[in-house]
Design a protein around this ligand. Sequence first.
Ligand SMILES: CC(C)(COP(=O)(O)OP(=O)(O)OC[C@H]1O[C@@H](n2cnc3c(N)ncnc32)[C@H](O)[C@@H]1OP(=O)(O)O)[C@@H](O)C(=O)NCCC(=O)NCCS
Length: 227
Amino acid sequence: MGKISNAWATASELASEGRFQEIARRSIELAYRERRALGLRRDLRIPIPHRTARIPITVRPLAGDDIPFLFPRGTERLARREKVELATRRAMLDAGVPQCFVAVDADGTPCYFQWRLDHRQNRFLQSHFPRRWFPVLREDEILLENAYTPVAFRGKGIMSEAMAIIAETGEDVGARAAITFVEVDNPPSLKACANAGFAPYTLRRERSWLAGALAHRRFEDFEPARG
Ligand SMILES: CC(C)(COP(=O)(O)OP(=O)(O)OC[C@H]1O[C@@H](n2cnc3c(N)ncnc32)[C@H](O)[C@@H]1OP(=O)(O)O)[C@@H](O)C(=O)NCCC(=O)NCCS
């Protein structure tokens, strides 16, 4: 029922923006939808040269004072997609998932965040997210999840640098590899992951029917496109 009322709210908002083609596409997707995400991996034992952001940044764990900047309550002025992105991350914050890292600029303003999860969060990962959304993490593996750069800071190379630094903090918990998942239709994130030393190793394919009431997910070997 929640999904239907969400779909109705989204359709009303899109109609008010005159985006009728998107309403048609989303209506078809309610009946059947296929989503693909690349699983990317970085071997933390192999050092990589860091791509530096176009503004100086430092990375540290999330502090209480960062929350009003990074998870603003008043999101009315934001685009619908941005509201959804923030709500997803707010849910992760509210769930009390530890190890959220933040990049700050030279003035100390938070300009990026991302969670680093390890095998101790396997129970959370397998219950908070849909079944088989993530693989069960091995003891020597971390997962970087829910990267977000506030709109005003995008395109400055912040994710490219910060994600590399956050991945390398995995060595503190004995990780030898870092993984992450990115939808295939998210070029900025895919580029930033590549800049941070991540390469595709699997493809998560999800097929869902009847607004997600039925869903099937599987991990497939990744085969790079030829030519
Ligand atoms: C994805 C996201 C975190 C990228 O953050 P960012 O700090 O802007 O990333 P970077 O500046 O390091 O950009 C990486 C690359 O994407 C490019 N890029 C960034 N924003 C772009 C945009 N809107 N359109 C096209 N290219 C873009 C950059 O130019 C850079 O390309 P390059 O490697 O050729 O230099 C940010 O767009 C975001 O928060 N999006 C919403 C949430 C999201 O999608 N999170 C990722 C979930 S997996």
